[in-house]
Design a protein around this ligand. Structure first.
Ligand code: ATP
Length: 317
């Protein structure tokens, strides 16, 4: 079994009357890329700050590579690189000065410091920006600088808060490539976002939180293939669509997403423990047995965003 790199167990964190995190538990394998997804205010930053020892849980346990963040904060800090969702302004620094400043803060000395800065600037393609004042960088360049700063200490685990926020498609692609390369280097990456499509393709698994609690942990496929919150089916009939619509109303596993001129697009939830193929085969047989003249029975891929919203709706009902 894969080694566990991140373990979060029944973690709570309250700020006065706001329960930011309320009993959150999950674990992440070493050398995996994990997306941490939730709406604004869901508790992502609060959780990540506790993972990197900038804040403490009121209750519960967080371990990084087996080190308890409360008992062994120093070991955790040596393991983990933290990229916050905004980086401080350093108006009088150029890119190289900025990197040098942080390399010193990481206690890198002499030729070792210079070599590490070169290596990271090469990897993040900051070389050509070396003499640019930090405040003149574009959003994407600033994100690369922030990632570069995080990589200086060569952390095993990277905790990145909204790193792709506001990036244009090209910068997002470059970021995705960096993530891929970092994974190949053996790192574990934990990346937050409130935009699912930013993370779906680059992550081995996705953690969804809502109001400080875990609502789902799986890969992107487990969401879009409907095993969690239902499939989307497009059913067209030769006869009157009302017959199909009546059938849907009478079956609680089904709900209309959209009525179509010759049928409907529907959500179909598979019963607990049910198998997708068997359930679909049975549904088609039942439709035909009810005299519904189905001529098109088609499973539609779900957009990740839709799948997530559906899942939240189902969990709340
Ligand atoms: P976003 O996507 O907007 O960054 P998030 O998922 O990162 O949101 P958090 O920043 O963790 O959410 O906030 C979770 C909840 O805790 C919010 O209601 C927030 O207002 C509250 N909160 C966070 N930090 C504090 C604090 N220091 N004092 C009071 N409330 C806080």
């Amino acid at each position: 079994m894969a080694e566990t790199m991140i373990k979060v167990e029944n973690v709570h964190r309250r700020f006065r009357n706001v329960q930011a995190v309320g009993g959150l538990s999950f674990s992440c394998a070493a050398n995996s890329v994990v997306g941490f997804i939730g709406a604004n205010g869901a508790g992502k930053t609060t959780t990540m700050r506790m993972m990197v020892t900038l804040d403490n849980p009121d209750h519960g346990l967080i371990e990084m590579a087996g080190y308890d963040t409360l008992a062994h904060p120093r070991e955790v800090r040596n393991l983990v690189g933290w990229m916050p969702d905004h980086y401080g302004a350093y108006p009088n620094m150029d890119v190289l000065d900025y990197m040098d400043f942080f390399a010193r803060a990481y206690h890198l000395r002499g030729t070792k410091r210079r070599a590490r800065i070169d290596e990271v600037m090469d990897f993040t393609e900051l070389n050509r920006l070396a003499e640019r004042p930090c405040q003149t960088l574009s959003k994407g360049e600033k994100q690369r600088l922030c990632l570069g700063r995080t990589l200086l200490s060569d952390p095993k685990v990277l905790i990145l808060d909204e790193p792709a926020a506001g990036l244009d498609p090209k910068a997002r692609l470059e970021f995705k490539n960096l993530v891929r390369q970092l994974k190949q280097m053996g790192k574990t990456l934990f990346i937050s976002s409130h935009i699912l499509s930013e993370l779906g393709e680059m992550c081995d698994s996705l953690l969804f939180i809502d109001a400080g609690r875990l609502v789902h942990h799986g890969d992107a496929d487990s969401l879009t293939n409907g095993s969690v919150e239902g499939l989307v089916l497009r059913i067209l009939t030769k006869g009157a669509p009302e017959k199909l619509q009546q059938f849907i109303e009478q079956h609680e596993q089904m709900a209309v997403r959209e009525n179509l001129p010759k049928g409907a697009s529907v959500n179909f939830v598979i019963e607990d423990g049910g198998n997708v193929e068997d359930s679909l085969h049975e549904l088609l047989q039942t439709l035909l047995a009810h005299g519904i003249e189905v001529y098109d029975f088609h499973r539609e891929p779900k957009r990740l965003e839709d799948a997530f919203v559906d899942m939240l709706t189902i969990k709340k009902n």
